[in-house]
Design a protein around this ligand. Structure first.
Ligand SMILES: NC(=O)c1ccc[n+]([C@@H]2O[C@H](COP(=O)([O-])OP(=O)(O)OC[C@H]3O[C@@H](n4cnc5c(N)ncnc54)[C@H](O)[C@@H]3O)[C@@H](O)[C@H]2O)c1
Length: 397
């Protein structure tokens, strides 16, 4: 039996996901929600949405969509709203998918509070939480998880991950869009008072860099030492942040992990990771052991999606063309951005809800990505002091 899904947040990123959620074969019914009327109308009026959308299921208020009869909500709002909205969604009887990160706030202790709160809420209500971490479904991550399951890495030795995204590479526009909408302006007003004097940093948005090593090694961080780099122009990014932060972790499996979150760097942008074991290693789309090296294509690294799912996504994407006539490249384009991860994220969440099981990136997994960043930033504020990283445990089986 299919499920019903409410899509909350139809801004830039939500718009990339709306057609995928709508067209997934296991989704029978959708609802839409955004406070901006033009964003809402754009999707509410889309011809291909009419078969699964009732006009009464179009909302401009989050409280109202929480009261609607739906199995799940997909929350793709600004990063400072995620945690409170995810908790409210679960309290209102719905499974929830949230864009990354769990939440990004200037105050690390408040982020830790929300990590704990979301675990408690998911456990008590029995509703699933899934983090939409794109790196988890990059082809490189899928390949490494398969090799790790075979034991091909041997014992893990080292991993590194980074998210390089200079503020000049589109981030200023992103910030002004996220803070310029009705909801964004409200947040800016509130944050001005509440976080006055709090020093934040890019490690409060850490999941693209931490998720790769954690999901491949299935290990969590135990200790961290990190350093901050302050902007050479003196320009703050969010408030009075550090521009860049670099962290070194000792992991629960004994491996070491280096993570970089940089917002000032002369680089086009990068979000990827490398993992090394004592028997085999993965870096730059190559697998190697002590003797051989194999270059891999994205197609070779990806897991397969069910054919009926890829067909449904491509029909929505290409507006009804016969998918058999598409080239291999065209058949990959509908997978979406961030290494084609979007289609996989949608498929995993929808099937987890339909099959009544924890999704792959459940709240326990998501918390491990987030807590690494929070503790790294705390260490950086103390000049690299070695700090313990709390662990909130594994998802119940
Ligand atoms: N690689 C990735 O995983 C990746 C990439 C880009 C963005 N993101 C995440 O996606 C999220 C959205 O980013 P964006 O650039 O689309 O933001 P955006 O500002 O363009 O869109 C957010 C939308 O949410 C709506 N909204 C907020 N609160 C609401 C409420 N209470 N009720 C109804 N609507 C509400 C806003 O009106 C807005 O249209 C961010 O959290 C970001 O972190 C992730």
């Amino acid at each position: 039996m299919g499920i019903s899904v409410g899509l909350v947040g139809l801004g830039a990123f939500g718009s990339a996901f709306a057609p995928l959620f709508k067209s997934h074969p296991l989704v029978d019914r959708i609802a839409l929600c955004d406070m901006e009327p033009d964003r809402l109308e754009k999707w509410a009026n889309r011809e291909s949405f009419q078969d699964k959308l009732d006009r009464n299921a179009v909302f401009d208020d989050f409280d109202d969509i929480c009261g609607a009869d739906l199995d799940a909500l997909v929350v793709i709002t600004q990063p400072f709203f995620h945690a409170a909205q995810a908790a409210q969604a679960m309290e209102s009887g719905k499974h929830v998918y949230s864009a990354v990160p769990i939440v990004s706030l200037p105050d690390g202790d408040e982020i830790l509070y929300w990590c704990d709160k979301l675990i408690e809420t998911s456990r008590r209500t029995g509703h699933y939480y899934m983090l939409g971490e794109t790196t988890y479904y990059r082809p490189q991550a899928m390949y490494c998880r398969r090799r790790a399951a075979e034991g091909a890495f041997g014992r893990f030795v080292y991993a590194e991950g980074e998210y390089f995204h200079d503020v000049d590479h589109g981030l200023r526009e992103v910030k002004s869009r996220r803070e310029g909408s009705k909801s964004g302006k409200r947040w800016v007003e509130l944050a001005k008072e509440k976080y006055s004097g709090v020093v934040s940093g890019p490690m409060h948005y850490p999941t693209h860099s931490t998720s790769g090593p954690v999901c491949v090694m299935k290990a969590h961080a135990k200790k961290v030492s990190a350093f901050a780099y302050y902007s050479s122009t003196g320009e703050p990014w969010h408030g009075i942040d550090a521009a860049n932060e670099t962290a070194l972790f000792e992991m629960s499996n004994g491996a070491h992990v280096r993570i970089c979150e940089y917002r000032e760097i002369g680089h086009r942008s990068r979000e990827i990771f490398r993992v090394y074991g004592n028997q085999g290693s993965f870096e730059n789309d190559t697998w190697q052991d002590k003797y051989d090296l194999t270059d891999l294509s994205e197609g070779e690294m990806r897991d397969a999606l069910p054919e009926e799912v890829t067909d449904a996504f491509s029909v929505e994407h290409y507006g009804g063309v016969d998918v058999a006539t598409l080239s291999d490249q065209e058949r990959e384009d509908f997978l979406g951005g961030h290494g084609g991860s979007h289609a996989y994220l949608v498929h995993e969440f929808v099937t987890a809800v339909a099959e009544e099981r924890q999704p792959a990136i459940n709240i326990w997994e998501a918390v491990r990505y987030m807590v690494m960043g929070v503790m790294a930033h705390k260490s950086a504020l103390k000049g690299g002091e070695l700090l313990e990283v709390p662990d909130f445990g594994d998802a119940p089986r």
